[in-house]
Design a binder for this molecule. Sequence first.
Ligand code: CTP
Length: 208
Amino acid sequence: MKNQAVIIGIAGGSASGKTSIAKQLYDYFKGHHKVKILKQDDYYKDQSHLSFEERAKTNYDHPFAFDTDLLVEHLKKLKKKERIEKPTYDYTLHTRSSITEVIEKRDVIILEGIFVLAEPSIRELCDILVYVDTDSDIRFIRRLKRDIEERGRSLQSVCEQYLTTVRPMHEQFIEPSKKYAHIIIPEGGSNHVAVDLLTTKIKSIIDE
Ligand code: CTP
């Protein structure tokens, strides 16, 4: 095992299945290595100084919405196997929650988020870059269900947000970032062959 942690970056559109791929990798490696899933979403900027109505209007699919400097600082520390104190995010309140999570040194970091490939400073720190490529109709249906059930949203707000920001930003930033991927996984977490190939490659990097 190297002195440095291995960082796997998983990008893809909203509700493409990034979390599912990340969990399968986590389950595979956790028996032998210290693994942690890091969500880029936890690095959305703190917006507690704004009213709820103002926060709800923010474009959460633009790079400016994220505190990328903090994420890069944390990734550099995790790479050196140092400990960090990670923020956590509350989607129902549209801001950082008051809880922080201490992450001790890890061997493998699985970083998942919409801008992991689009942000040069983030992708440069990743050893393997993955893009989860799922059709937009499937992603929209998943997102609608998830945002209503888990993120306290209404049907109208999900549709409005999708049309005004999620879809155009996906086309402007996320979809073009696919070209930086080492591996493109069609249809997300149900693609077990792709997950098998990925685990083999990660294992070879860990064993180098
Ligand atoms: N988002 C939101 N409201 C906020 C903050 C973020 O609606 N206050 C949305 C953004 O619009 C962005 C999405 O959260 O599109 C990013 O999360 P997503 O990638 O959909 O979730 P994951 O669970 O990480 O992805 P996957 O379903 O691919 O596993």
